[in-house]
Design a protein around this ligand. Structure first.
Ligand code: GLU
Length: 367
């Protein structure tokens, strides 16, 4: 592969398995080597954001647990113990290079609200301006299951999208995406994440790991749509990230999509998890998908769930697949009245409303 052009900003996601040996013991040589790589990037003028797992694993080690607890409060307790150790280790690793680690703990809620999302973005920019290395993790201690990102792969893709990074490195114990049914070798380049590519991924069986290849591919999907190229490679390979950028691998590169969504649409598409939805007719879909039009009442068949105007909802095809996500100008009670109605009937029903669009195209991301 040809060497990649120098990126301005990168996000590096490190899995628990890369940073620890056995259960909950820090791999000091590894963190030292990774810190050197981070420092070398910085010396080349590349801005670096780290997303580091390991809090739960290190906490397990410190508390003498051999199995990951099932109980959420116990997992949260492990994270509380391990997170401070994790940061201490990162600072120890970065110290010889004169670099400062900055701990940032996020929950999904922090990125779902537009204001908080923009606040997190500003804070990360400021940390980079100060010359620090933001070290991000999920705020596991306060993350109950419904507000969890799910895993740090997803979190790292969201961070890459939020900060407009050119590359995301997902570094774990996996050497890349392996074509199990075909060559049995690492797939070097993925142009497009097709169902065949997704089928190559399997889950994880490790005690401390979370996502496995499935979550890495779904994270890669999110990142490439934001215009970010993704590498999946093994942290056991020396200087792996520099070798990946030099085009010598080994690992898998996911090519960024040609037309990245703009920032607001990305936020709508990937940072929300709406539970309510608006259903549309099959013949309304091409106008949304191919022509980028707003959703009008005439194409709507009904609402699912109870929601108010201004909420973010899914837009569903008749078979319930999510085709878009956006901010609705009408609440669920109103939707029931306006479904299938034309503009003049809408105007008669809501004479004072400025907008007749149910979901305006500027407020909608087609998936
Ligand atoms: N946030 C978890 C931790 O620090 C890891 C989650 C993950 O690896 O995906 O242990």
């Amino acid at each position: 592969m040809k060497p990649f052009a120098q990126p301005k900003r990168i996000v590096i996601k490190l899995g628990t398995g890369v940073l620890t040996t056995g259960i909950g013991k820090l791999d000091t040589a590894r963190i030292a080597a990774l810190s050197s790589e981070v420092a070398a990037f910085r010396a080349r003028g590349i801005e670096v954001i780290v997303v580091s797992s390991g809090a739960v694993g290190l906490g397990m080690g410190r508390l003498g647990l051999e199995k990951k607890p099932r109980d959420i409060s116990k997992k949260q307790a492990c994270a509380a113990v391990g997170q401070s150790l994790l940061m201490q280790y990162w600072q120890d690793g970065l110290d010889p290079h004169g670099l400062t680690a900055a701990q940032v703990l996020l929950t999904h809620d922090d990125l779902r609200g537009r204001q908080r999302y923009l606040g997190v973005k500003d804070c990360l920019e400021t940390l980079i301006d100060y010359g620090t290395i933001p070290v991000i993790n999920e705020n596991d201690t306060v993350s109950a299951s419904e507000i969890k990102f799910g895993d740090n792969d997803t979190l790292s893709a969201m961070v890459a999208s939020l900060t407009g990074a050119q590359h995301l490195f997902i570094i774990s114990t996996a050497p890349g995406l392996i074509d199990m049914k075909g060559t049995g070798k690492i797939v070097p380049v993925v142009q497009k994440i097709t169902p065949e590519i997704e089928a190559m991924a399997g889950g994880t069986t490790s005690e401390t790991a979370t996502g496995g290849m499935v979550s890495k591919i779904s994270a890669a999907k999110l990142a490439v749509k934001s215009g970010c190229g993704v590498f999946i490679a093994s942290g056991a390979e020396p200087e792996i990230m520099h070798r990946l950028l030099a085009g010598t691998g080994p690992g898998t590169f996911f090519v960024p999509s040609g037309i990245p969504m703009d920032s607001k649409k990305r936020w709508l598409a990937y940072f929300q998890r709406p539970t309510c939805s608006i259903s549309v007719k099959a013949d309304a879909i091409p106008a949304l998908r191919e022509q980028g039009r707003s959703l009008l009442a005439v194409g709507v068949t009904g609402a699912k769930g109870i929601f108010a105007a201004g909420e973010i909802v899914n837009v569903l095809a008749p078979d319930d697949t999510v085709i878009a996500r956006g901010k609705t100008a009408y609440g669920s009670v109103e939707i029931a009245k306006i479904a299938g109605k034309h503009g003049d009937e809408m105007r008669a029903l809501y004479p004072t409303r400025k907008h007749l669009e149910v979901v305006h195209r500027d407020e909608m991301a087609v998936l």
